[in-house]
Design a protein around this ligand. Structure first.
Ligand SMILES: [Zn+2]
Length: 226
């Protein structure tokens, strides 16, 4: 589904756990696409075809998965990154991840081509896509979030959801780090807050006021329980 400009959202609609995927189309060299968090190939419990669903959604939007040139992983939990190695095989896409999450990804059989550090990430033929990468640990040590200032979009992965946050009880998790990450991100100018899962809500929070309310809700009602 096209969200704004050349940004597409693929909200997971299955019964099993899987992540939402986001794509910025025709923005890399040779009209390549940037994909964030491809999710599962097949979900672990109900065996739902996560990757096939994602590719079908892209085809509906006229987007060829073989044109994916770069996959950004917000972090290396399987429900975000499992499909990356298959997409890479079929498209030749590179995979980008923060170094602190590399070990887990390698144990899943993946290979990182490019490390994502805090700072600007400029992509495309004419450098037309300017993103800011934020190191946003807490859910995982190397979790990053992707801010697109040009469209006021934040791809938040598993840092913050609709009225909830990512878990902090997984290996390398930290409640204090997650709170600090959320506090920092809440200071950005955001029109579209794109969450990593459709928990009780599609996970696309639209409009500056709704985004602010969601940050406020999480700080007032969720922080105390982390
Ligand atoms: Zn996760």
């Amino acid at each position: 589904m096209r969200l704004v400009n050349n940004l597409y959202a693929y909200v997971w609609r299955g019964n099993d756990n899987n992540c939402n995927s986001y794509l910025i189309a025709d923005t890399l060299k040779n009209n390549g696409h940037l994909l964030v968090d491809p999710g599962h190939i097949t979900t672990p419990f109900y065996r739902e075809p996560g990757l096939a669903e994602l590719v079908r959604g892209m085809e509906t939007d006229g987007i060829d998965a073989r044109q994916i040139g770069l996959i950004i992983l917000t972090h290396s939990h399987t429900d975000h990154c499992e499909a990356a190695r298959l997409i890479t095989k079929q498209s030749g896409a590179l995979v980008a991840l923060n170094k602190a999450d590399e070990g887990f990804y390698e144990r899943l059989g993946g290979k990182v081509d490019m490390y994502l550090e805090e700072g600007d990430l400029v992509l495309g033929e004419e450098n037309q896509l300017r993103l800011s990468i934020f190191h946003s640990p807490g859910h995982s040590p190397g979790h990053i979030t992707v801010y697109w200032p040009g469209q006021k979009v934040l791809i938040a992965g598993d840092v913050i959801f609709y009225q909830s946050t990512g878990r902090v009880d997984l290996p390398g998790g930290s409640a204090e780090a997650l709170k600090q990450s959320i506090q920092r991100l809440s200071e950005l100018d955001i029109e579209y807050l794109l969450c990593g899962h459709p928990y009780g809500h599609p996970g696309i929070i639209e409009g500056k006021e709704a985004v602010r309310q969601n940050f406020d809700f999480v700080k007032s009602n969720v922080f105390a329980y982390l």
